[in-house]
Design a protein around this ligand. Structure first.
Ligand SMILES: Cc1cc2nc3c(=O)[nH]c(=O)nc-3n(C[C@H](O)[C@H](O)[C@H](O)COP(=O)(O)OP(=O)(O)OC[C@H]3O[C@@H](n4cnc5c(N)ncnc54)[C@H](O)[C@@H]3O)c2cc1C
Length: 380
């Protein structure tokens, strides 16, 4: 790919490395805070979870055993309507947010009982913050979701869940960012960098840029970048596959954790998890079969639809599956952001995290997300 046109300026208030959903949401938030922000993004060969994901805004399974993560995710679901409206108004691009609540299907009594226990624990851990949910038996669930198969024993439901178009969201964030005066440089992988407290420089696309703040939001690329800024980002890839059916009439009024209908009418079937290194080329027919079979057990009519597309992409996973947000103690002004729910968390990234970064420090509660939690010396 040719290098982009050179950026007109080289000194910024903030540099964000990585233009996926995480970097773009933070960059948008920083620019909206009035910081002149540079968003640097690697070329098309990079691993880009943001262009291959499922599109859920998903709350009901997030944060068991980690109430701070449950609150952060809920916070994001609450921020989503404002973010979507703001982006739509500024850019004319609708991220197609639809948050009617969502369900997780249970096939068999054992699954229904286990799910009920899971949801009860989520509610207990939420404490005063509250966690609204219902375990709904199949007969009632059939009124909410017509066409459910006979093997479905019930569903768990929360009002917080929903979905959006990840590609429209990404496009809207980029367009909103540049519309507010932000500078986006594609094909600009960061090669060299220097770090001093409140004074950073990075080289990309043949230019050198400086800023008092730098945000590492390069997805899997953060693992290599973070140590240069006195930070750690022990993230690894986890492959997920997605199947897409032909378009059909509006049949699914709300998303489920592994099945959703896009605004255009396609059904997406997802939620697989496998360790396949960095391989996104080879598909696993066995996994696709399992995904398709479960979808048909939930909704037998899906068997009539043709699969028209399938792909795999790499999630960005920390060892415990939670996000990593950090600030460098050695080089104040340097931050990291990694998560495996970049759609869900776009609301908090743009509306809550970016203002903290603009103010120069994360609030104390955010220390629970620090990568220092993986440091055995700190833990000891
Ligand atoms: C199959 C699948 C399904 C998913 N489903 C959902 C879902 O339903 N809901 C949800 O919330 N999340 C979902 N996710 C997760 C979501 O896609 C990710 O959390 C999110 O995309 C991560 O965004 P990111 O910006 O951190 O990473 P990426 O999208 O990987 O972007 C990182 C960017 O950094 C750039 N980069 C890397 N190194 C450098 C460098 N040195 N210099 C400059 N730029 C660099 C790359 O070019 C890239 O554009 C799913 C993921 C997968 C794989």
């Amino acid at each position: 790919m040719p290098n982009p046109s050179p950026a007109a300026r080289t000194a910024y208030d903030a540099i964000v490395i990585g233009g996926g959903l995480v970097g773009a949401a933070i960059g948008y938030g920083l620019q909206r805070q009035g910081l002149a922000t540079l968003l640097l993004d690697e070329g098309d060969i990079a691993h880009r979870a943001s262009r291959g994901n499922f599109g859920l805004i998903w709350v009901q399974s997030k944060g068991l055993g980690n109430p701070h993560y449950q609150r952060w995710t809920r916070g994001s679901a609450e921020e989503w309507p404002a973010l979507a409206d703001d982006l739509h108004t500024r850019t004319g691009i609708d991220p197609r947010r639809h948050q009617p609540g969502g369900v997780t299907f249970c096939l068999g009594e054992e699954e229904f009982a286990a799910r009920g226990e899971y949801m009860a624990r989520m509610q207990a851990e939420a404490g005063n913050f509250g966690f609204e949910y219902r375990m709904i038996r199949a007969a009632e669930a059939r009124d909410m979701l017509p066409g459910i198969g006979p093997e479905v024993t019930g569903v768990s439901w929360t009002p917080y869940d929903g979905h959006a178009s990840p590609l429209h969201l990404l496009r809207a964030l980029h367009t909103g960012f540049t519309g507010l005066g932000g500078t986006y440089l594609p094909n600009a992988g960061v090669t060299e960098s220097t770090a001093a407290p409140g004074d950073f420089s990075v080289s990309a696309a043949g230019q050198r840029f400086t800023a008092p703040r730098v945000v590492l939001a390069a997805g899997l690329g953060n693992a290599a970048l973070a140590p240069r800024f006195g930070l750690e980002a022990p993230v690894v890839p986890e492959r997920g596959q997605i199947l897409v059916t032909e378009r059909t009439q509006n049949l699914l009024p709300m998303p489920t954790v592994s099945l959703r209908q896009t605004a255009e009418g396609s059904l997406m079937i997802g939620d697989s998890k496998e360790d396949a290194g960095l391989d996104t080329v080879t598909q696993s027919p066995e996994i696709m079969k399992t995904m398709a079979r479960r979808a048909v057990r939930c909704f037998p009519w899906i068997a009539e639809l043709n699969i028209v597309r399938a792909w795999s992409a790499l999630r960005v996973m920390a060892p415990d599956g939670l996000p990593i947000y950090d600030q460098s103690e050695r080089f104040p002004g340097a931050f990291t952001a990694n998560c495996h729910s970049g759609v869900t968390l776009a609301g908090t990234h743009a509306n809550r995290l970016a203002p903290m970064i603009a103010a120069g420090a994360l609030v104390p509660e955010m220390s629970l997300f620090s990568a220092r939690r993986f440091d055995v010396r700190t833990a000891a």
